[in-house]
Design a protein around this ligand. Structure first.
Ligand code: PLP
Length: 690
């Protein structure tokens, strides 16, 4: 007789330790209601509450501060310091509180004035799709656990490739973001090109082979260090290739470094070219790098985490389009495809190379399928096992807007970055930096601090301490402008460091941003910068110090005028001293020096009109008894010439001093006139900007 499973068999408690197996217990299990569950009505009610709150939040974001500008302890306090709850709480109430807290204590990267790092606002359809993805909760590690989700991911990966002009038969999958997309590509390259079985042996090279090394420009994002570490190569394996004035990799330097490494016995593995660097949006010369990789038989990886989507524009540069030549490509849909985080995507030209780098078939997995209609099990294609459905939001948004919609949004973002750059140029005290793709950089430099330093006697001697002090001061101003902007929540920018100097940086990957929003950035930077400069200029040493804006122009210009005069004097003085030094090898001066006289001071005193100095020099030339000594006589022309030049320098000095008193009488009028002109120009600029 076949055994029938009866409800009595459900007395699970009867077999458990300490279980009574009481009938009430089995009844409870039959009618089980888990505390975490919601009834369909509750789900609907709380869901509506959430969707209403989310819609309201999205709608009100432009009126909210970009950041709450609060300290961690304040946010912690708002969160409350209740201990772990022992019992449950009403879920509707919890959701209400959570939405309220997020509205008040969040930084909104969907705010039209969020321009920091490379973080896009989320596409609304992508936001909703997260609810659908979580509702189905497909585990995209295996096809049988996620039939539709896996096919959507395959399709979306192919669409992304097609959109960017990358081969559509490439292998690829979704990962958490740009870092992981790049790291996965390096893992694939390592398995494919090391020249030995890295997966089995590890990265220690076999006899006769050198350590693996990677090449990337100094502008490469920090993922490269993590990749080198995670691959077991260590950061020493990264060869930092210098960049040109446009922040693009210097390909000749790359070739030289590869050559040198081969001679030294290393094993070059891969070169990274970046399509849109994190700091300035620079695009490496991808065509030339591809050529180097071909010549040297190296894996060419393109980090297009930020810039790759711009390759979909017909007007994209050939270098950007050359991302299609990469053996692998990292793209970040949560950047310029406006997907909610997280969504990164890695593409590998040779799909088998990706599979070869990750696949395992453990005995406890039975993901069978027909070889003629084989299922894709993504756990074999990347480092993750259980995987969420990251592709859904991208798949839906790609359909919502299509290629044309994305082209329009990306073009607009680029145009807005250019608009920002133009607005920056209106202000005399903003210095434009770079403007590439949708990133613009600039910094606040009080215009008087931009002048060549008049007190520097010899600029060729390298940076003087005054110049260094001013540079450090300007860096401090810009750092504080950045924190103030962020803290006040008026606009969120980040920074770039270029040639050692701190620049403000706005990256527009934001479909809500409009012209007014980018225009506000330079205006705010100038307002904050000028106020800071007024307060902090006094911290500079007197020579490095000038006042900063029209109300203080009188003080500043007077100061500058005096500095100019002083500098002229100092220059004359220095010319005389140099002259004196040039003649100090004359026997007369040697004798003076031998007797312990400081020749330079003596000559300086002479130049300043000190007659006693002239007498002493004369004594050294003729001897105490008034007779010229043989060696002194042997060099009369040089002494005479020295004295003559000194006399001329002395009269130049006297002239300069006379000039000061004469010009002094004119100065007030000139300064006032200059201030008036500046005020007018300032008004004109402000009007133009409005
Ligand atoms: C060029 C580039 N690569 C990689 C990354 C890392 O991306 P993610 O933060 O998504 O990991 C970034 C981030 O800004 C980037 O700009």
């Amino acid at each position: 007789m076949t055994e029938q499973l009866t409800t009595d068999h459900l007395s699970l408690g009867a077999t458990g330790p300490g279980a009574t197996g009481a009938p009430e217990e089995s009844l409870l299990l039959r009618t089980r209601r888990a505390p975490v569950d919601l009834s369909p009505d509750e789900f609907r009610r709380i869901g509506h509450l959430l969707v209403d709150a989310a819609a309201e939040l999205l709608n009100s974001i432009p009126e909210r501060p970009v950041t709450p500008g609060l300290t961690p302890s304040i946010v912690r306090t708002a969160l409350g310091d209740d201990g772990l709850p022992a019992a449950g709480t009403d879920p509707a109430e919890l959701m209400r509180r959570a939405t309220d807290l997020f509205a008040r204590y969040s930084t909104f990267n969907g705010h039209p004035r969020f321009f920091g790092y490379i973080t896009a606002g989320p596409a609304p359809l992508g936001v909703l799709s997260e609810l659908l993805a979580a509702t189905v909760n497909a585990n995209c590690g295996a096809w049988s656990l996620s039939p539709l989700a896996t096919e959507i991911e395959r399709r979306t990966v192919r669409w992304i490739a097609e959109l960017l002009g990358y081969p559509t038969n490439a292998g690829g999958l979704f990962v958490s973001g740009g870092n992981m997309a790049n790291i996965v590509a390096v893992w694939a390259a390592r398995a494919a090109r090391a020249g030995w079985n890295v997966r089995e042996r590890g990265i220690t090279p076999p006899e006769g082979r050198g350590d693996l090394v990677l090449y990337a420009s100094t502008e490469t994002h920090t993922w490269i260090q993590k990749a080198a570490e995670l691959c077991g190569l260590g950061t020493r394996a990264v060869r930092w290739i210098p960049v040109d004035s446009e922040h693009r990799m210097r390909v000749e330097a790359l070739r030289e470094r590869i050559r040198a490494d081969r001679v030294a016995g290393f094993t070059p593995l891969l070169v990274v070219g970046t399509a849109g660097t994190v700091s300035t949006g620079a695009i490496d010369p991808l065509q030339d790098i591809a050529e180097v990789c071909k010549d040297e038989d190296l894996w060419f990886h393109v980090d297009g985490a930020y810039g790759a989507p711009a390759a979909m524009l017909p007007e994209a540069t050939d270098d950007l389009k050359a991302l299609a030549l990469g053996d692998s490509l990292a793209v970040d849909p949560h950047k310029w495809l406006y997907a909610p985080v997280e969504a990164g995507c890695v593409l590998v030209r040779d799909a088998a190379a990706l599979h070869d780098a990750f696949h395992y078939r453990p005995p406890y997995y039975h993901f069978h399928g027909d070889p003629d209609d084989a299922p894709t099990n993504f756990h074999e294609w990347g480092p993750q096992n259980s995987r969420g459905n990251r592709a859904l939001k991208v798949w839906l948004t790609l359909q919502q807007v299509g290629r044309a919609g994305y082209q329009q949004m990306i073009r607009d973002d680029i145009a807005l970055a250019r608009h920002l750059d133009r607005c920056v140029r209106v202000f005399a005290d903003l210095e434009p930096g770079t403007c590439r793709l949708s990133v613009a950089t600039f910094r606040f430099v009080p215009d008087d601090l931009r002048l060549p330093a008049p007190w520097r006697l010899d600029d060729s001697a390298g940076p003087t301490s005054d110049a260094a002090e001013r540079d450090a001061y300007v860096d401090r101003l810009n750092t504080t402008i950045l924190s103030t902007l962020q803290d006040e929540g008026l606009a969120y920018v980040s920074n770039a460091v270029m040639s050692g100097r701190f620049f403000l940086r706005a990256c527009i990957v934001n479909f809500r941003t409009r012209a007014d929003d980018v225009q506000a950035v330079p205006e705010l930077a100038v307002r904050i910068g000028r106020a800071l400069d007024r307060r902090q200029r006094g911290t500079l040493s007197p020579y490095a110090r000038y006042a900063g804006d029209p109300p203080h122009a009188l003080e500043r210009l007077t100061q500058r005028w005096w500095d100019d005069r002083l500098a002229r004097l100092a220059r004359s003085q220095r010319a005389m001293l140099e002259l004196a030094m040039a003649h100090s090898s004359s026997p007369v001066f040697s004798r003076a020096a031998a007797e312990g006289t400081d020749v330079v001071s003596l000559l300086a005193a002479l130049a300043a009109g000190d007659h006693r100095a002239a007498h002493r020099l004369h004594t050294f030339a003729t001897g105490p008894d008034g007779h010229a000594e043989a060696d002194a006589l042997s060099a009369p022309p040089s002494l005479a010439a020295a004295l003559d030049q000194l006399r001329r320098a002395q009269s130049a000095l006297a002239e300069a001093m006379a000039g000061i008193t004469a010009e002094d009488r004119l100065v007030d009028r000139r300064i006032i006139q200059e201030i008036e002109e500046r005020a007018l120009e300032y008004e004109r600029q402000a009007a133009r900007l409005r």
